[in-house]
Design a protein around this ligand. Structure first.
Ligand code: HAM
Length: 412
C-alpha cells in the first residue's frame, strides 16, 4: 500500500519551506516591534469553545470542524481558527489582569472544506489580537501591522484593503431581521443553499458566489444605512486614521466575514491574483466574545492571515548565505577534509557533503544546490596539508591551509 498525504493536506519543503520560514521571521519581528506577546496554544480544544462563538449556523461549525470524542467521552475539536483559543488562553492564564493584552501566534488550523487552490484542510495562520481596547486606534494599529507585513514580504503586490462597519450588536440583530424579511420575498429565486440560511443566518447570504443570488443581493438593504451615530463616528475615525497613516483602502458595504462573532469594524486584504480564494488577511472587532466564552466584558479586535495564500504570492527566496560544498576524492582523505568541515560550520557558514568519494558527482551536486565554493580534497591536498578552494561564482581556485580557509571564504 502506498501512503499519500490526506486530501487537503500538503508537505512543505524546499523553496516552499524557505518562504514559510521567511514569513515566520517577519511576523516575529513585527510582534517584537509592536510589543505583542507571542503565544502558542494547544492544537485541540473543547468543541464548545468553537461551536457557540463561531456561530452554530456558520459553515465552519456546521460542516468543517474536525471533531472527535476521546476516551473520556469529551468532545474535542482541532482548532479551526485562533481567536477563540487565544481568548481562552488569556482567561485561563490571567493574561488579562493588565489591559490591553496584545497577543500574536502562528500555527496550523483545520477545516474540512472542499480543497482547491488556496484552500486546504490543514493550513497555517498568522494571528494578531488586541484585548481590552475600545479605541479605534486598536484597529488601525493592527491594520498597520498587516500592511507593513504585506509590504515587507510582498514588495510588489496588487493587494487592496477593504473596510466596513457592521455596527453594534443591537443594530446587527435588527439588520438580520430586516434581511430575513427581504430574502423571504425572493425565496423562490434564491439558490438552495441560501434558502436554508434565510432563517438561521441571513447575513451569510450576502457572501454567496451564486449568480442568481448575486442579482438579488444587489438590492438587499445595506447595514450602513442602519448604523447608529456612534458606529458611524467610529467608522469615520477609522478612515481618518488610515488616511493619516497613508494606508490605501476601499469601503465595501457588503463585506460581512464568515464567522459570527464580529461587530463594528471588519476588514479584509484581498488580491486579484488567486482566483476565488482571494482573501489573504481578514479580521475585525468582536466586542462581546469574551462574555460568550465565560470571561469578563472585554472588547477585542484582531486579524488572521493564511500563510499558504501569502506563499503563493511570494517569489522564490534567493539564497543569501555562501555555501561551502565538499568534494572528497577518496576515503583516505576523509578525516583531513572533515577538519575543514568542522571549522567552517563552527563559523556558521553552511556546509554540505554528499557522502560520496566521487569528484564528478560532488561537483554536479554543488551546481544543483548552487554552492558558492567547493573544497576539493585529494592526494595532493592531503600530502601538502592544504585544501583546494574553488570559487564557483568567479571560476578561480586557490590552495590554502586550514588556518587561511575562513578568511578566503569570507573575502570571496
Ligand atoms: P478567516 O477569514 O476564517 O478568519 O480566516 C483568516 C484567513 O485564513 C483567510 O483570509 C485565509 O487567508 C486563511 N484561510 C482560511 N481558511 C483557509 C483554508 N481552508 N485554506 C487556506 N487558508 C485559509 C479567522 O480565522 C478569524 N479568526 C480572523 C480573526 C482574528 N478575526 C479577529 N481576529
Amino acid at each position: 500500500m502506498k501512503y499519500r498525504s490526506v486530501k487537503g493536506t500538503h508537505d512543505l519543503f524546499g523553496s516552499e519551506i524557505a518562504k514559510f520560514d521567511q514569513i515566520i521571521t517577519e511576523i516575529n519581528k513585527l510582534g517584537q516591534i509592536f510589543n505583542f506577546l507571542k503565544i502558542e496554544t494547544p492544537i485541540f480544544e473543547s468543541t464548545e469553545l468553537f461551536s457557540k462563538p463561531l456561530g452554530e449556523q456558520s459553515d465552519v461549525v456546521l460542516k468543517e470542524m474536525y471533531t472527535f470524542v476521546d476516551r473520556n467521552k469529551d468532545s474535542l475539536t482541532l482548532r479551526p481558527e485562533y481567536t477563540t483559543p487565544m481568548i481562552r488562553a488569556a482567561i485561563s492564564n490571567n493574561l488579562i489582569s493588565q489591559l490591553p493584552c496584545k497577543l500574536f501566534g502562528i500555527g496550523p488550523m483545520f477545516r474540512r472544506e472542499r480543497p482547491q487552490k488556496g484552500r486546504y484542510r490543514q493550513f497555517h495562520q498568522i494571528n494578531f489580537e488586541n484585548f481590552g481596547s475600545l479605541d479605534v486606534f486598536a484597529e488601525v494599529e493592527l491594520i498597520n501591522i498587516a500592511n507593513n507585513f504585506l509590504k515587507n514580504i510582498l514588495p510588489k503586490n496588487d493587494i487592496m484593503l477593504y473596510v466596513n462597519s457592521l455596527g453594534d450588536r443591537d443594530t446587527l440583530k435588527k439588520y438580520k431581521e430586516k434581511l430575513k424579511i427581504f430574502f423571504e420575498k425572493y425565496k423562490k429565486d434564491l439558490s438552495e443553499e441560501s434558502k436554508l440560511k434565510i432563517l438561521t443566518n441571513p447575513i451569510r447570504i450576502l457572501d454567496s458566489k451564486d449568480s442568481k443570488d448575486k442579482n438579488i443581493i444587489t438590492s438587499a438593504p445595506l447595514i450602513y444605512d442602519s448604523l447608529s451615530n456612534n458606529s458611524l463616528n467610529k467608522f469615520e475615525q477609522l478612515k481618518k486614521y488610515l488616511d493619516e497613516y497613508k494606508i490605501k483602502y476601499k469601503e465595501d458595504y457588503s463585506l460581512v466575514r464568515g464567522l459570527d462573532y464580529y461587530c463594528e469594524t471588519v476588514f479584509e486584504f484581498k488580491t486579484n491574483s488567486l482566483g476565488s480564494q482571494n482573501t489573504i488577511i481578514g479580521g475585525g472587532r468582536y466586542d462581546g466574545l469574551f462574555e460568550i466564552l465565560g470571561g469578563p466584558d472585554i472588547p477585542g479586535v484582531g486579524w488572521a492571515g493564511g500563510i499558504e495564500r501569502i506563499m503563493m504570492l511570494m517569489p522564490i527566496p534567493v539564497k543569501t548565505k555562501k555555501q561551502v560544498h565538499f568534494a572528497i576524492i577518496n576515503e583516505k582523505y576523509q578525516s583531513h577534509a572533515l577538519k575543514a568541515y568542522k571549522i567552517i560550520s563552527d563559523e556558521k557558514i553552511p556546509v554540505y557533503w554528499n557522502y560520496k568519494f566521487n569528484l564528478k558527482k560532488s561537483l554536479s551536486k554543488s551546481n544543483e544546490f548552487q554552492g558558492s565554493f567547493v573544497i576539493i580534497v585529494g592526494e595532493d591536498e592531503f600530502n601538502l596539508d592544504k585544501y583546494t578552494l574553488k570559487n564557483l561564482e568567479k571560476g578561480s581556485q586557490v590552495s590554502v591551509s586550514l588556518s587561511e580557509l575562513i578568511k578566503h571564504i569570507k573575502n570571496g
